[in-house]
Design a protein around this ligand. Structure first.
Ligand SMILES: NC(=O)c1ccc[n+]([C@@H]2O[C@H](COP(=O)([O-])OP(=O)(O)OC[C@H]3O[C@@H](n4cnc5c(N)ncnc54)[C@H](OP(=O)(O)O)[C@@H]3O)[C@@H](O)[C@H]2O)c1
Length: 319
């Protein structure tokens, strides 16, 4: 346990969707207080009782740990500055996810490496759900690497950030549904491949197609997994239940498939499985649901922060 009664935390990018979620979670955290919170265009505004200052004015020395929810490409500079000022850091952008200098913060699988980490790269929202769905099968050698894993994922519009964009206007997304970054062009793929190889030992092909779902928050991934042998429903559910036994933030469903209402506002991934009937080679459909802003971003960052600080892992979180 850390000696402090309340750990001072700096939040970079507190006016964004992820930053706002960090501020909401920190406001209810029993062992942490916000030392400073930054914004760019929204500097001077207030969130959760804190006046937002510019990142260039952040008093890094006042924070024991800095959480960065800045855009990728912008975040790295400020994270380096925070580290130079003596703070530990969790970066929620993509800037350090492929870097050997950071511990990848997929809590359930990298927990032992987090306690002493000085810099943690918080996973992306799509990869968090896909990895928690696939690593259990990969570790048991159940995925047939001669065939592709197909990940069809749909995300609510907060996944694209709060910066105004024409294609995200209500008039464009409402009552519509569309794919984007098709053909394996989404930037999360490299991270997904890296961690599936590192944590699961799987190096086969993946086809990942994201979709834009006209809801505010939540991701649902339908993952078609080629298997090396037939698994019946009870066996498939049983192996997930065994892998995640005692994990507070993973909800393995039995005889049911998850939907967004199982996960929104929770630091949780919900998983459901169903063997595919009437195919010549064995296949399992795994459905994973996650709140992109909570377990997909701010909640997982708080979970990682708790591990880094020796606090109870779910302090301040509803799983
Ligand atoms: N949205 C998600 O579901 C999600 C999930 C996982 C990870 N992430 C990652 O988390 C990070 C934040 O995402 P978001 O969706 O919250 O983005 P966002 O809503 O666009 O927020 C970005 C934040 O960064 C600030 N900012 C922008 N440009 C800046 C600059 N040049 N200097 C200093 N501050 C700057 C913004 O300030 P102003 O708004 O005041 O200008 C805002 O506070 C991104 O790296 C994203 O990839 C997002």
């Amino acid at each position: 346990m850390n000696n402090h009664t309340s750990v001072p935390v700096g939040v970079l990018g507190a006016s964004g969707y992820v930053g706002q979620e960090l501020m909401r979670l920190l406001a209810g955290h029993p062992g942490a207080t916000v030392a400073f919170a930054t914004a760019e265009s929204a500097a001077g505004e207030w969130i959760e009782g804190r006046r937002l200052i510019r990142a260039d004015d952040a008093p890094f020395a006042e924070a024991e740990i800095v959480l960065s929810a800045l855009p990728h490409g912008v975040s790295a500079r400020y994270v380096h500055e925070a580290r130079a000022g003596g703070s530990r850091a969790i970066d929620l952008s993509a800037d350090f996810r492929l870097s050997p200098d950071a511990v990848y913060g997929l809590t359930e699988f990298t927990r032992p490496r987090l306690s002493d980490a000085e810099l943690v790269a918080n996973p992306g929202c799509y990869p968090t759900a896909a990895l928690l769905a696939l690593i259990p099968l990969a570790r048991l050698g159940l995925i047939d690497a001669s065939r592709e894993i197909i990940v069809d994922a749909a995300s609510g519009v907060t996944g694209a950030g709060r910066n105004p964009k024409r294609e995200l206007l209500f008039g464009e997304v409402s009552e519509d549904f569309r794919a984007y970054a098709a053909g394996n062009t989404h930037r999360h793929l490299a991270e997904l491949r890296q961690s599936l190889s590192r944590e699961g030992g799987f190096t086969g092909d993946l086809v990942f197609t994201p979709h834009l779902l006209p809801v505010k928050r939540g991701i649902l991934e339908t993952i078609h997994v080629p298997l090396t042998r037939v698994l019946d429903q009870a066996t498939a559910e049983g192996l997930y239940a065994a892998t995640y036994d005692g994990e507070p933030c993973i909800h393995v469903m039995h005889g049911a498939l998850p939907s967004l209402k199982d996960v929104v506002y929770r630091n949780r991934v919900a998983l459901g499985v169903v063997p595919v009937a009437d195919v010549r080679r064995p296949r399992l459909t795994v459905i994973a649901a996650i709140d992109n802003l909570v377990k997909g971003a701010a909640g997982q960052a708080i979970q990682n922060m708790n591990v880094m600080l020796g606090l109870p892992e779910t302090a301040g979180l509803v799983c």
